[in-house]
Design a protein around this ligand. Structure first.
Ligand SMILES: NC(=O)c1ccc[n+]([C@@H]2O[C@H](COP(=O)([O-])OP(=O)(O)OC[C@H]3O[C@@H](n4cnc5c(N)ncnc54)[C@H](O)[C@@H]3O)[C@@H](O)[C@H]2O)c1
Length: 454
């Protein structure tokens, strides 16, 4: 197939490379000439594990240009993967989508062949059918479903594993204007995905809601597990891993995203939660769930901040291991480690940090106010209180000898060996009774609960 991919950012360039590596002829389009030049030179324009290798595999199947019209003229499909930033009211803006579709619709006006437009960006329910479709028809003078096709097909990827998530999805979601367009898009996915993922085809609005619902269900699970973690911290011998490992065995619940650790961040979860809240308000639907999820999430950084401050000696140094929102990405927006660093710096604390991938992006956010170590071991060794905010495999390199002394380690993901580290420092497995015990408070809290129960 001949495919144009408009938007070669964090999602678009891995997708373009996935299509090309599976033999499709792909022309990537971006208004950013640097991204275009990089793709044409076989270099990854964004940080994403595996992208560089995939670009090399793609060879001449993938080229890039700033000229949307020429890319669309050469193609049977156009994927739109441009930003849809959140507005102050929580809704996603369609401005980039509407401006990107104009040259596409102008080419559709000239074309005799059936061309399928696929919107991949995250949009509000109703956007594809009520805004994008009439705009393409207006500009092209053609009829959707007869002269051209339109699909809404978002990806359920997470930065750091975009390529794996894309090639091996749990399912593929297609909102379609008509059966023919859905069939054509399904045939592309069948040629690209490496597993036998189910394909769910439906109307635009149902697909748009499914995308939002999936992400916000996951955020609900994360906040629920974080609530359990806080409860466990106040129970004698409480341990959120013990509880969630058992809970997750129930197939109605499942183990994924039920860890009990720091809050969620990144490019999708926080804003999708706000968007579904805004949509519910507009529709008059009573929806306290996403609000509660968000409230619990916003509580996590202050909770960690308090845990650090109460253990930090006067003039002491706090070390943060993990500034990105998850491992294997350099994306720091709304990341818990980054926000913790911000709040500690604002409180006048001396902060040092280590992140395997995100030092450069964090430097852009912080300038010189944050110092970085070159290894996780150094970050621990130079801190009075060290907080592991991510479950990075690199943190396994930290050995008990790096932590010896009057030092506190707050291990939010329980990455380190609890027994070994407890012997050499004040080791706190977040989400366990370690948190209260290190203040001598576990006993009194649980006595309080026992007394109330009696
Ligand atoms: N990043 C993620 O984890 C993720 C996950 C799921 C969904 N999404 C959704 O995918 C969409 C894109 O996200 P992203 O993270 O890839 O964004 P991004 O900002 O990394 O990339 C978008 C790219 O589009 C380009 N662009 C904008 N307008 C253009 C135009 N008119 N013509 C050509 N290029 C244009 C920009 O230059 C940029 O390179 C958003 O709606 C986002 O919500 C992102």
């Amino acid at each position: 197939m001949k495919i144009a991919v408009i938007g070669l950012g964090k999602l678009g360039s891995p997708m373009a490379a996935c299509f090309a590596s599976k033999g499709h002829q792909v022309v990537g389009v971006d208004m950013n000439a640097d991204f275009v030049a990089k793709i044409n030179a076989g270099q990854a324009p964004v940080f994403e594990p595996g992208l560089q290798e995939l670009l090399q595999q793609s060879g001449s199947n993938l080229t890039a240009t700033c000229d949307t019209k020429s890319a669309v003229r050469q193609s049977d499909f156009t994927f739109l993967i441009v930003p849809t930033p959140s507005q102050d009211d929580g809704f996603f803006s369609l401005d980039y989508v509407m401006s990107a579709i104009r040259p596409v619709a102008e080419v559709i006006a000239e074309k005799d062949e059936f061309h399928v437009v696929v919107l991949t960006s995250t949009v509000m329910p109703g956007a594809t059918g009520n805004q994008l479709l009439p705009e393409i028809e207006r500009i092209s003078g053609k009829k959707c479903g007869e002269d051209f096709g339109l699909c809404y097909s978002p990806e359920f990827i997470s930065l750091g594993s975009v390529i794996r998530d894309y090639l091996c999805p749990d399912f593929t979601l297609i909102g379609e204007s008509d059966e023919r367009s859905g069939e054509l898009l399904e045939s592309i996915y069948t040629s690209v995905v490496e597993n036998d993922a189910a394909v769910q085809r439906m109307s635009f609005a149902n697909a748009e809601l499914t995308k939002l619902a999936l992400n916000t269900f996951v955020t609900t699970k994360i906040s629920y597990a974080n609530m359990l973690a806080e409860i466990c911290e106040r129970l004698e011998d409480g341990n959120v891993d013990v509880v969630t490992n058992a809970l997750g065995l129930d197939t109605r619940i499942g183990r994924k995203y039920l860890k009990g650790s720091v809050g969620y961040g990144g490019p999708c979860f926080p804003r999708d939660n706000k968007a579904i809240t805004a949509m519910c308000q507009q529709l008059g639907v009573t929806a306290p769930l996403p609000l509660a999820t968000d409230e619990i999430n916003r509580h996590q950084v202050p909770r960690l901040h308090q845990a650090v401050m109460s253990r930090l000696p006067r003039g002491g140094t706090a070390g943060i291991l993990g500034l990105a929102y998850k491992p294997d990405t350099n994306f720091v927006e709304k990341a818990q480690g980054l926000m913790l660093a911000e709040s500690l710096l604002a409180a006048g604390v001396n902060v040092i940090a280590y992140d395997p991938a995100a030092t450069e992006t964090a430097q852009r956010a912080f300038g010189d106010s944050l110092n970085y170590t070159s290894t996780p071991e150094d970050c621990v060794a130079q801190s009075d209180v060290a907080v592991l905010t991510l479950p990075c495999p690199e943190f396994k390199a930290i050995q008990p000898q790096d932590a010896v002394g009057e030092r506190t380690i707050i291990d939010c993901w329980r990455v380190l060996d609890r027994d070994a580290f407890s012997k050499v420092c004040n080791y706190i497995a977040w989400g366990t009774s370690d948190v209260a015990r290190s203040h001598g408070g576990a006993e009194s809290h649980s006595q309080h609960i026992t007394a109330k129960a009696a």
